[in-house]
Design a protein around this ligand. Structure first.
Ligand code: ATR
Length: 288
């Protein structure tokens, strides 16, 4: 890490809890690789103290923040300017302070997009399904719509939330979006991409999957999980065993940080640095 001195800029994660965040590691890695004098630290913010935290961040001339659970939605009305993506998704994960004004962005969409594209996933005209209708699902449906998929299915245990997500997409995009149940999912003929955005399969529950019948994956080209711990969920294991290509959530996490870093520091991180840094991050997460 760069040595801290009078010119060091401070950034950090606002959330509750924040103790398990990987972001300080990523941002220290990127700052060092890019020769930028900045530190990134966790900020545990108690319930009810979000507005005070944002005011404090501005007053202390922080360069920016990431925002995580449970504040990604609550932070919206506290901001001076909110990006189009963040408005559509209804959630902000990145803040930048400029001349006392707060700007809110959502770089989760960028993170998922870069991770998918770097792995060769094609969206245009494809048939996709999204399992889940929570925070991660919102970024996923907006990305799929922006990337001009041909047809989208949304599946969620609580069907009302799936309908809400359908409405959100159709408010902004002219796209064929259908809400179906997990049972109905099995009767779809072919799926180009199946996105897993629920919390099912998250460590330590690595032996459960939202897809109960693994033969489902015979008709799936790509299985993409938002989870990165474990590195291979049961969802991804089953998908791989039935011939689908698989991608876990580590890239999404890494590339949302890349985009936030670029926004904060007004830089473009060269591909070579991104590649080496991702490898180091991957080793840090899985080979510790
Ligand atoms: P995140 O921000 O990670 O997306 P979230 O907003 O809490 O988290 O959303 C969690 C998602 O996982 C939801 O879609 C949730 O389904 P419900 O809307 O029905 O709650 C889904 N989920 C969590 N546990 C589940 C389970 N046991 N069965 C089916 N879906 C589950």
């Amino acid at each position: 890490m760069n040595s801290i001195n009078g010119k060091t800029r401070t950034l950090g994660l606002i959330g509750n809890p924040v103790a398990h965040t990987m972001s300080p590691f990523i941002h220290a890695l990127l700052a060092e690789a890019m020769g930028i004098n900045a530190v990134y630290v966790p900020f545990h913010v108690e319930k009810g103290a979000l507005e005070a935290a944002i005011d404090g961040a501005k007053a202390l001339s922080l360069l920016g923040n990431n925002v995580t659970v449970p504040y990604k939605v609550d932070v919206l009305p506290l901001l001076d300017v909110v990006s189009e993506n963040a408005k559509m998704i209804g959630a902000v994960n990145t803040l930048k302070y400029v001349d006392g004004k707060s700007f809110g962005y959502n770089t989760d969409v960028d993170g998922l997009k870069t991770s998918c594209l770097k792995n060769g996933i094609v969206f245009e005209h494809k048939t996709v399904c999204i399992l889940g209708a929570g925070g991660a699902a919102k970024a996923t449906v907006i990305l799929c719509a922006q990337m001009k998929v041909g047809k989208m299915f949304i599946v969620n245990r609580t069907i009302e939330k799936a309908f809400q997500l359908q409405q959100t997409v159709q408010k902004y995009f002219d796209l064929d979006v259908e809400v179906i149940t997990y049972e109905e999912l099995t009767s779809i003929e072919k799926l180009d991409i199946c996105f897993q955005t629920t919390s099912i399969g998250l460590h330590p529950n690595s032996n459960i999957s939202p897809i109960l019948s693994p033969s489902f994956f015979n008709k799936v080209e790509w299985a993409v999980d938002a989870i990165y711990n474990p590195s291979e969920t049961k969802f991804l294991r089953d998908a791989k065993a039935h011939g689908a290509h698989t991608l876990n959530g580590l890239g999404m996490l890494f590339y949302q940080a890349i985009k936030a870093f670029e926004l904060w520091h007004d830089v473009v991180i060269p591909d070579a640095i991104q590649k080496v840094s991702f490898q180091k991050f991957n080793d840090f997460v899985y080979n510790r």
